[in-house]
Write a protein that binds this ligand. Structure first.
Ligand code: TNX
Length: 539
C-alpha cells in the first residue's frame, strides 16, 4: 500500500520533531520475551494475522497521533486513549503539540484500504516503536482500535522494567467483516431497561465490533417510547411491565441520547414498533386501535398472539404514520422495524393488507422496512428485510421476493433461551442453548433456502420476559453474544470452537473489570474469573 510509506515517513517525522522540540530521549531497547500475535485473545478473529514475535512497549512515553480532526479520526484517538487509561492507568496524549518525552507512537491514519467496498476494513501494523492503524473511514479505525484494546495485556507486566509497561504483541493484522449487519436486540417492552443499562450494553457490544442494536420498543406489556402526538401511549401503555412492576419509557430526549451514544460507538439503533399483533399496550392507551373485539386492559403476563390492531380503519394508519414519523425523525439509521410476528388473531388477508400499507409509510419516511419473517407472506418490496427467527418457509418466500435476510434462528441465536435445565433465567421453547451450541453453527449455510448473497447479517435477540435488571440481562447475553460477534464478523475458515473457547476464557478479566455478571459456563475454563459457576447457581 503506497500510503504505508507516507505514514512511516510521517511517524518518523512527528516522532523526531517531538524529540528535537522536547527533551531528547533515546529509545530504550527492552527485550520482551517472544510474543505471538496469532494467539492473542482477539474476538472476533481478524481475517489475517501475521505475527512478528516481538512487542511494542506501551507506557507513559507513548503518544497517539491521528489524521485531521474533521475526519472523525481524532475522536477515535481520544476514545482509544480513554480506554487505555481505564485498562492500564496510563495517560496517553492525543495529537499533542508538546507531549513531553515520547518514544513510541500510535498513529491512526486515514488511508484507502485494499477493498474500496469495505468501509469497515482496517490494517493494524505493530512494530517495536510504532502502532499504525490504516483505515479508510473513522468507522473502520474504530473497529481497528477495538482489536488493539484486546491485545493490550490485561495486567501490567512490570517485572520487565522499573516502570510499568504493557507489551503489545507485534505483527500485522488485515481485517474486514464477513457480514455488514452484526446485531443484538434488546426487548425493553416486557421489562423496561434504563438509558444507563442500554449504554452499558452498547459499550460491551462495541468492544466485539457489533454494529447494530435493535430496540424492541413496544409490545403487549408496555409502550416504551414517547410519541408526542399520542401521549397516552407512554402515560398509560408504559405504566407497567411483566410481573406488574412500574414499567417506564424513554422520552424522546432519552432515545436521542441512546442514538448519539450508539453513534459514538459506530453503532446504529434499529427501532421496532411491533404490529399489528403485540399491540395490547397501544390499544389500552387508545382503544380505537383495537381489533380483537375485547375491551383491552393492561397486561402483565407473558402470553403472545392475543392482540391485534384493527387493520381496516384509516385512523389506525394515521396513528401509525405519526408514530413512524416521530421515531424516524430521531433515528438517523437506515432501518425501521415493524415487528409483524405472531399476529395470531389477525386474519391472513388483513395481515397482508396491513403489512403492505405500513411498508409504504416506512418508505415515505425514507427508511428500509425490517420485519420478523412472517412479513414475507405479504406483497412486499425487495428492498425490505426479513428477520428469520422460526420459519424456513417464510425465509424462502423472502428469498423469492429478492429480499435480504437477517439471521436470528431461535434455536441457535436467541439470547433468552436457557443455557440448560439449571439456568436461573430464560425460556426454552426453542431449545436449551449452551455456550458451545450458540457458537457451533454456520450462518452461511444454516437454512438451505437462504443463499450467502442474500444474508445481510446475524442478530441475537434478547427477549426480556424473565429478566428485569442489568445483572439478569448480562447473565443471558454473556458470554453467548460474544460468540455471535465472531459468527458475524469472522469468515467461516477463521471460526473454530476449540480455538474460540480459549480466547473466550481469556475474556474473563475484561468482563470482570467491566463488572459484567456473565454466566460462568462450566464448559469454559475461565481465566481467573471473579465468579465461579457454583456461586452463580446458588444466589
Ligand atoms: C417469540 S421471536 C417472540 C417474542 C417472545 C419470544 C420469547 C418473535 C418474533 N416473537 O414475542 O418474546 O418468542 O422467546
Amino acid at each position: 500500500m503506497k500510503n504505508n510509506v507516507l505514514v512511516h515517513a510521517l511517524v518518523v517525522f512527528v516522532g523526531s520533531a517531538m524529540l528535537i522540540g522536547c527533551q531528547t530521549k533515546v529509545k530504550e531497547q527492552i527485550n520482551f520475551p517472544p510474543t505471538d500475535l496469532a494467539s492473542a485473545d482477539m474476538i472476533p478473529m481478524p481475517l489475517e494475522v501475521v505475527p512478528t514475535n516481538s512487542a511494542f512497549g506501551l507506557d507513559q512515553f507513548t503518544a497517539i497521533y491521528t489524521s485531521a480532526e474533521q475526519t472523525g479520526f481524532e475522536k477515535v484517538g481520544s476514545f482509544l486513549s480513554e480506554k487505555i487509561k481505564g485498562k492500564t492507568g496510563l495517560v496517553i496524549p492525543v495529537n499533542a503539540a508538546d507531549p513531553g518525552e515520547v518514544n513510541g507512537v500510535i498513529y491512526i491514519n486515514q488511508a484507502e484500504g485494499p477493498d474500496a467496498e469495505a468501509t469497515e476494513a482496517y490494517e493494524l501494523n505493530i512494530t517495536n516503536d510504532s502502532i499504525i492503524i490504516n483505515a479508510p473511514t473513522a468507522e473502520a479505525a474504530f473497529r481497528g482500535i477495538q482489536t488493539l484494546r484486546q491485545i493490550i495485556p490485561e495486567v501490567s507486566n512490570d517485572t520487565l522494567a522499573e516502570r510499568p509497561i504493557w507489551p503489545v504483541p507485534s505483527g500485522k493484522i488485515t481485517d474486514k467483516p464477513n457480514f455488514e449487519y452484526r446485531g443484538s436486540m434488546l426487548d425493553v417492552a416486557r421489562h423496561f431497561f434504563s438509558v444507563a443499562d442500554v449504554k452499558k450494553y452498547i459499550d460491551l457490544l462495541a468492544y466485539y465490533k457489533i454494529n447494530h442494536l435493535h430496540l424492541h420498543l413496544t409490545d403487549d406489556q408496555g409502550w416504551r417510547i414517547e410519541i408526542k402526538s399520542w401521549p397516552k401511549l407512554t402515560e398509560v401503555g408504559g405504566s407497567t411491565e411483566v410481573g406488574g412492576e412500574a414499567g417506564g419509557f424513554f422520552t424522546q430526549e432519552d432515545y436521542k441520547e441512546i442514538v448519539a451514544y450508539a453513534a459514538d460507538h459506530y453503532m446504529t439503533i434499529v427501532p421496532e414498533v411491533d404490529m399489528p399483533g403485540h399491540t395490547n399496550a397501544a390499544s389500552v392507551s387508545y382503544p380505537f386501535l383495537n381489533g380483537n373485539g375485547k375491551t383491552p386492559k393492561l397486561y402483565e403476563g407473558t402470553k403472545v398472539g392475543f392482540s391485534t390492531f384493527d387493520t381496516r380503519k384509516d385512523t389506525v394508519y394515521a396513528f401509525i404514520d405519526d408514530v413512524v414519523r416521530e421515531i424516524t425523525e430521531i433515528s438517523p439509521g437506515p432501518y425501521f422495524h415493524i415487528g409483524g410476528d405472531e399476529s395470531h388473531v389477525t386474519k391472513k388477508n388483513d395481515y397482508i393488507y396491513f403489512v403492505n400499507r405500513v411498508e409504504k409509510i416506512v418508505q415515505k419516511y425514507g427508511k428500509r422496512m425490517i420485519g420478523w419473517d412472517e412479513v414475507a407472506t405479504a406483497d412486499i418490496d425487495s428492498t425490505s428485510i426479513s428477520q428469520f427467527w422460526a420459519s424456513e418457509e417464510n425465509a424462502e418466500k423472502a428469498i423469492e421476493k429478492g429480499m435480504q435476510v437477517i439471521l436470528s434462528p431461535a434455536k441457535k441465536a436467541y439470547l433468552d433461551m436457557q443455557y440448560d435445565t439449571l439456568s436461573k433465567f430464560g425460556l426454552h421453547w426453542a431449545a436449551y442453548i449452551p455456550v458451545d451450541t450458540a457458537y457451533i453453527w454456520t450462518p452461511e449455510s444454516y437454512a438451505k433456502g437462504i443463499p450467502r448473497e442474500q444474508i445481510l447479517g446475524v442478530e441475537a435477540p434478547l427477549w426480556s420476559e424473565t429478566i428485569s435488571n442489568i445483572e439478569e440481562l448480562e447473565y443471558l447475553a454473556f458470554p453467548r453474544v460474544i460468540g455471535y460477534s465472531e459468527l458475524s464478523w469472522s469468515t467461516e475458515e477463521n471460526r473454530d470452537w476449540e480455538n474460540y473457547k480459549v480466547r473466550l476464557a481469556n475474556q474473563a478479566p475484561f468482563l470482570d473489570r467491566m463488572n459484567v455478571k456473565y454466566y460462568p459456563s462450566p464448559r469454559i475454563d475461565w481465566k481467573e474469573s471473579k465468579y465461579t459457576y457454583k456461586e452463580i447457581m446458588k444466589d
